[in-house]
Design a protein around this ligand. Sequence first.
Ligand code: HSE
Length: 405
Amino acid sequence: MMQIAILGFGVVGSGTAEVLTENKKRIEAHCGEEVSVKYILDLREFPEHPLGDRVVHDMEIILRDPEVVLVAEMMGGSHPAYEFTRRALEAGKHVVTSNKEVVASFGVELLELARANRVSYLFEASVGGGIPIIRPLQTDLASNEILSISGILNGTTNFILTKMKQEGAEFADALKVAQANGYAEANPAADVEGLDAARKIVILAALAFGVLIDPKTIPVEGITGITGEHTALADKLGGAVKLIGHTERIGDKVYAAVSPYFVPASNPISHVDDVFNGILVDANMLGRALFYGAGAGKLPTASAVVADIIDILSHRAEERKLPAWKSAKKEELADPADYACRRVYLFEGCPKCAAKAKVAFGTEECSFVCDGKFAVVTPVMRAKDAEAALAASGLDAVLMLPVLD
Ligand code: HSE
């Protein structure tokens, strides 16, 4: 029997116990032995839970117990999750996690520490909930250069945008439902202001390009400025507004950012709705591949945590090749002004103004979407060139969205 400990018995922690119980036989067949939860670390008691007698409140008990070979950290937040992860790795225990905040902020040193202690640090559940994306990037796509990764990386905001578009729901009401379903972060500001997606895109950028960028240094815009009018406008233009995390190389530098995009219906990401995530990877040999599935929620996310547990416990004799990331230096980061794409601008004005905008942006794609408002779609241009064109038009845009082609 192999003994593990669960840190944090919230949505994902309790889901992990459920997956381990529900699929016990299958997991045992993979690992060659039974996997048993010896401890659950939490501040609370769970007297009604079948594993309620495993609850402890002191991390030292877990660290000192040589029977515990693996720790599954699902506490959320940076502290004390980071310190507990360090201590567990130093104690020679494998660690798996769903905690994107810790991976995005401390991934470089924790991977290094795991290597030094000849244990694993795996984090499949940190991006895309239950969707396999971390392992495919490391293994199945290893023969490719990754050109770009773009995706819907936050289930809560996608759920909100979908409800606004399909049911005309109010932002606050849709958020409440997402919270009740266990999709949102403890502080949902991290979801709606884009920080959760920022943590995830820097993890994906690190897997693609080898450098881990501090998520606080990339351009991040959430969905708090998006209204029902904007989602209806996107519908009229033949697409949808989606919160997108995007990373690519610009020259020899790495660009990563999060913002609302207009996604035309021709892009499959446009049809990724509700709590689902969709991640488009563009690789130089494979071309484009779409990873799609439940991006948040108890059992989907827990299934990815348990996949990491199985991966480690079924290969214990082998030494794992963990990614060797470096912290990104300032000079390795692309200037956001150089990011090139098509853009949609929304203006208030008359046909004369529309004519001016068409000349300034060098486009014929211009349509009146409602009384007194027209939308212009630019050709592919760098952000700084688009800004110069806007200034030359002499117009004030009421909305600008990059286009995800
Ligand atoms: N709050 C996150 C989301 C949870 O909504 O995507 C999964 O990481």
